[in-house]
Design a protein around this ligand. Sequence first.
Ligand code: GLU
Length: 480
Amino acid sequence: MPNGRRGGSGSRKHGPSMLEGFNTTFARAARYVKAPPDLLENIRVCHHLYAFQFPVRIRGKVQLFQGFRAQHSQHRLPTKGGIRFAPQLDADEVAALAAIMTLKCAIVDVPFGGAKGGIALDPRAYEAEELERITRRYTAELVRKNFIGPGVDVPAPDLGTGEREMAWIADTYNMLHPTGIDNMACVTGKPVTLGGIRGRREATGRGVLYVLQECFRHPELLQSTGLSGDLEGKRLVVQGLGNVGSHFARFAQQAGARIVGIGESDGSLYAPEGLNVDNVLAWRAHTGSIRGFPDATTFDSPGACLELDCDILVPAAVENQLTAANAPRIKAPLIVEAANSPTTPEADLILRRRGKVIIPDVFANAGGVTVSYFEWVKNLSHMRFGRMAKRVGIQTQRRLIAGIEALTGGTFPAALREEVLHGIDELELVNSGLEETMSQGLQQILATMERHGIEDMRTAAFVCGLQKVVVAYEQLGIWP
Ligand code: GLU
C-alpha cells in the first residue's frame, strides 16, 4: 500500500537528529570565528521553512502528502539544495540539511545560500506515473509560495530523486511561467537533453575521488593513518551503491584502488583480493541484490561492511551509520563521508579519540552542488560550455604541433596528436572545474586547521565555511 500518511513530522526516527549534530559541530566551530554572537546565532538557525500538505489522487483514493522546503540562509541568492523522497522525512531533517548546504556552498565557493526539501514518501511504493503527479503537484506548491525560481531557490536531486524528477520539476515550473527565458535554471540535475550538464550525474562520486587524491598530496594529513603514496592498491570499502557510491567505487577502481568491501541495504560483500565494481553492479541489476555475488563472502548485515579491515571507509548511503555502537570496532584509519551525516556526534567523538581521520560530508560530497552551479550558469548563459572556444583551441594546438615539428624536424607522436587535437568539450571543462574546486577546498580546510590549531577536519570545515558566510553578511551590509 502506498505510503500516503501525513508525512514524517510526527513519527519517531532512529538515531540522533541531524539538527543536533549540526548544532554540536556549529558550537564547536563558532569558538574560532570572530563575529558578534548574535550574527553567529542568526547564521545557525534556518531562516525560512515551508511545510505543507497537498492531496493527490492515487489509485482512485485521495492521499495527503507532506512536503517541505527549507531555505537556511539567503545571504547569497538563489538558495540551493536537493529534494529528497524519504519515508521518515521531517522538518528538522530538512532544516539541518539546508544548514549543511549553506556551509557546503561556502567551503567550495559556490555562490548560493543553503536549502533542502522533499516529500515524506517511499518512492518505491509508487508507480512512475504516480510519482510524476506527486512531484508536479509539489512543484506547483513551491511556485505558489515563491520557493522555487532561477534567482530564488534552485532544487536538485538527493536521496530518492534523480534526473527524471528534475525534468518534471523543470517542466512544471516552465508551464507556470510561459514567458520566462531563464526557466531552465530553476532546477539542476536535469537530463542533458533538457538543459542538464554533462558530468552532473557522476559529480558527487567523482568529487569524492578528487578529494581522496588531494589527501594523498598532503602527507601531514595522513600521518596518523599510516597511509602514504597514492590510491594505487589501497583497500577501500564503500557503503551504498546509489548514485554517489556506485560512481565513486567505479572511479576509485579505475584510479587503482582495490574495492574489498561493498555494503547495501540488504547485506555486505567482502573480497580481500578486490571486487570488480562493474560486475557487482551487473549482478545487482540481474538478481535485484548484491547478495551471493560470486568470489565474495556475503554477510547478512548491511552494517558489516563498516567494520571490515581496510584502509579507507567511504559511507555513501544514508545518515547515522557510524554510531557509538560500532565506532569502537571501525578498523579503517581514514573515513570519507560521501553521504550526508553518516556519523553520529557520539561516534565522531569516539573515532576522533581513536585517531581516525574523517573527511566530513559538508566538504567531501560538495561535488554535486559544485557541478549544479556549473549547470545553473550554463542555463543562464543559454550555451554549452566550450562551444565558442573549442575550434580556436584545436587550431592553436595544430599550429603548436606544426611549430614543434618544424623546429625539431621530427614527427609529433600520432597518439598524442589525436589527444591534443581532440579539443576541450563540456565534460572536460566540468571535470576540470570540479577537480580544481575540490582540491582548493581541501587546501583551505587544511590551512584553517593549521591557522587555528584545530585537529579535526569537521570543525575546520565548519570554521572555513562559517568565516565566509560571516564576511558575506558583513560586507553585504545585511548585518548592522
Ligand atoms: N543533494 C546534493 C547535496 O546534498 C546536491 C545539491 C545540489 O546540487 O544543489 O549536496
